[in-house]
Ligand binder design. Structure first.
Ligand SMILES: [Zn+2]
Length: 406
């Protein structure tokens, strides 16, 4: 059976880990930064050496294509090359490197394919330098307004537009992927969680991306002196907030065990150590694949009394997304191909968002997950063993070939 090269896979991982190397096992490769541009240059150099044709669109997404015979739609694979600050060597880049390795195997082994095969690099997936995340796949699928995205600024006040123009990678709007010209996207990605490793599985068959809601809660009390206000006279907004958070945890834990929820941001005002907190705001992010469970979450939120510990409690939905189901036939291909190589696998949903979730709106898409050691991600400890990366490249390659024979 045809396989990718583990040695070439290793070389790719080692080479790309130099771009933005923090010297502590990770990388800082913010979108369109010098380190990110070096990684793009290396990617393009390698694609050209394989005889691929390279195009970039107005959002600097890169499409590197091996031609097929005739006028057939292309099959796309890939992910992103940017990272968060002090991120790891696997998030995103592994989807690009396994795709590159699959393409290299097709070329070196002279594997026949009818459809063009495109390796894609999406710009600014992380949103770590320019918010929001998944910016470019979002723009080309109509989720975000391009002008608003161009105005997004990094911490130094540089706009995304300026960074795009200076990058040398900004192409024509006509080069954006046209859904009519593509029949598939397969995005390989590390799991960024502990499930595959704990279940001792090589390959994650990703059925979709979980739906989520994001709420903001406000507890409003009264700021008073921390020394002179007896406890019974206080309206302590932070104390009220702890009650709300405690209630949410208690009630959510009665729901399905796959529900995950987080209070990731909290602000207290005036936030002075001698003043009773007057206003506390905090967020709630809740995710589950079943819309019924999300509905139950919302019902629990709605039962929160408007007054707790003499403070006014209110909440509002900031945003939400529905569960996305990937294209069943391609999901089955991934499962079949993990079996074909004798790799262990399991079906799961993605908790994090990925470019494939936006692209799945316009062309049939799916994802392949690889285990993340100890579940670490978005940090320098992020790690997936080389052998796993190679296994992922093999499953990706076979899946692309299956789609080609369809
Ligand atoms: Zn990623």
């Amino acid at each position: 059976m045809i396989s990718c090269s583990m040695k070439r896979m290793e070389d790719k991982i080692v080479t790309f880990s130099k771009f933005g190397d923090t010297g502590k096992g990770g990388i800082t490769r913010l979108s369109l930064s010098p380190a990110a541009l070096e990684a793009r240059d290396e990617f393009c150099k390698r694609c050209k050496a394989l005889g691929m044709e390279i195009k970039t669109d107005d959002m600097a997404n890169i499409y590197a294509t091996l031609p097929g015979d005739g006028d057939l739609p292309a099959i796309m694979m890939g992910s992103h090359l940017d990272s968060v600050i002090q991120g790891g060597n696997y998030d995103g880049v592994m989807g690009v490197l396994t795709a590159l390795e699959a393409a290299e195997t097709i070329v070196t082994e002279k594997l026949k394919h009818r459809h063009p095969i495109t390796v894609v690099v999406w710009t600014n997936e992380e949103g770590a330098r320019f918010e929001p995340a998944m910016m470019s796949s979002g723009v080309i699928t109509g989720k975000f307004n391009k002008e608003a995205m161009l105005a997004s600024k990094d911490v130094d006040g540089i706009t995304f537009k300026e960074a795009l123009e200076a990058s040398g990678y900004m192409g024509e709007i006509e080069n954006r992927m046209n859904p009519n010209d593509y029949m598939a996207l397969v995005e390989l990605h590390v799991e960024q969680g502990p499930v595959l490793e704990a279940e001792k599985k090589d390959i994650g068959i990703v059925e979709g991306v979980v739906g989520m809601i994001n709420y903001e809660f406000t507890c409003a009390g009264q700021a008073d002196h921390a020394g002179s206000t007896p406890m019974k006279f206080r309206k302590d907004a932070l104390f009220a907030a702890t009650k709300v958070i405690g209630y949410l945890h208690e009630e959510f834990d009665k729901l399905d065990s796959k529900l995950v929820y987080t209070t990731g941001r909290i602000t207290a005002s005036p936030n002075i150590h001698t003043v009773i907190p007057e206003v506390v705001k905090f967020t709630l992010d809740a995710r589950h694949q079943d819309p019924e469970v999300i509905k139950q979450v919302v019902e629990i939120i709605k039962k929160i009394p408007t007054e707790i510990e003499k403070c006014q409690v209110s909440f509002k939905e900031l945003w939400s997304r529905k569960t996305i189901a990937f294209y069943e036939e391609y999901v089955d291909f991934v499962e079949k191909n993990a079996d074909l190589y004798g790799y262990s696998s399991m079906r799961l949903y993605s908790g994090p968002g990925h470019d494939a979730q936006y692209i799945s709106d316009i062309i049939p898409s799916t994802m392949i997950f690889l285990p993340s050691e100890n579940g670490h991600s978005h940090c320098e400890k992020e790690f997936t063993p080389l052998e796993n990366c190679w296994k992922g490249a093999n499953v990706l390659l076979q899946t692309i070939l299956d789609i080609d024979r369809k």
